[in-house]
Design a protein around this ligand. Sequence first.
Ligand code: UDP
Length: 329
Amino acid sequence: MEERILIVGGAGYIGSHTNKYLNDNNYKTVILDDLSYGHKDAVKWGDFVKGDMADDVILDKIFTEYKIIAVFHFSAFIAVGESVEKPGMYYNNNVSKTISLLNAMVRNNVDNFVFSSTCAIMGNPKYLPIDESHPRNPINPYGWSKFMVEQILKDFKKAHNLNSVVLRYFNASGADPSGTIGEKHNPETHLIPLVLDAAIGRRDSISIFGTDYDTDDGTCVRDYIHVNDLAQAHLLSLEWMLKNKECNDFNLGNGTGFSVKQLIEVVKDVTGNDVEVVESGRREGDAGTLIGASDKAHSILGWKPKFDSLETIIETAWKWHQKMDFLEK
Ligand code: UDP
C-alpha cells in the first residue's frame, strides 16, 4: 500500500497550503475536514474525507484503508476573542477532539504527529525575540488549549511512544504564488486580508486596534511568516521525526517585526491603491510586540524561509485576494 500523510484540517488555510506543498514534493495525502471552516475548493490534491476529527468510525476506516505514516493536525478553532466567550467550545474542539484523534492513532499504531501550535502559548513576552525556552503563560483559552495539547503530547510519548513535532507559528500570512489557494476565513479577523479588502474596496476602511503601544509608531508589531514557509517546516519536521523517532518543538517566524501602520503602507505600495485608516482602541488580549527566534528550526531542521520580505508575502496574498471570490463561486 502507498504511504500517505493524513492532513486533519486540510481544507483550511495552512492545511491546504501544506497539502499542496507535500504533493508538490511527491508525498501522497488524505485530507480529513468537516468543512465547518474549511473550503472544499481548497482541497485540490490528495483524497478527501468529509468528517469530524474525533469520529472513531471515520478515523479507524481511514487508518485501515490507507497506510498512514504520519498525521498533521491543523483542525483548531483560532479566534482568540471567541475563545474567551466560549471556552467550552474551544477546549472541546482543540483539546478533547485532539485527544480522540491521538487515541485513534495509538489504536491504529500510527506514531508520528505534527501539531500546529502558536506563539500565543507564551502570552505577553518577557523578552524578544521569543525562543523555545520562553516561559509559557497563555492569556486566553485559545492559548491554553494549544499549551494543553503540547503537554498531552509529552505524556503520549512516554506512555505510547508517539513521536511529535510541535510547530509554533507567528503570524501566518501570504498565499501560494500560483494563486490557486489562499487565506479565506469567515468571518475574517486577520490584518492582511482585511487591509487587502479595504484596498480592493470590499470594505470602506481598516481599523487600527491601538495606537498607544510601546512601539516606534504606537501600533502592534508582528512577525509575518509566509504560509508556504510554514508548509516547508512541516515537511522538514516529518523527515526529522521519521529519521530520529523523537519529539521536538520549534518556533517559526522570520525574526523581523512590522507594525500595523508599516504593513498598511506596504499594502498601499503593492496594490497601488489607497487604504482608509480608522484609529480605534486596543483589541483585548493583544500583546504589543511578538517576534520569533527560529534559530532552532534553522539549525536542526535546516528550515530556510523563502519569503523573507513583507512585500513578497503581500504580493502573493494580493494575487489570491483579487480572484478568490471568483474562484470560490
Ligand atoms: N489588527 C488591526 N486591525 C484589524 C485586525 C488586526 O489593527 O482589523 C492588528 C491586531 O491588533 C494585531 C495585528 O493587527 O496587532 C495582527 O492581528 P491578526 O488578527 O492578523 O493576528 P494576531 O497577531 O492576532 O495573531
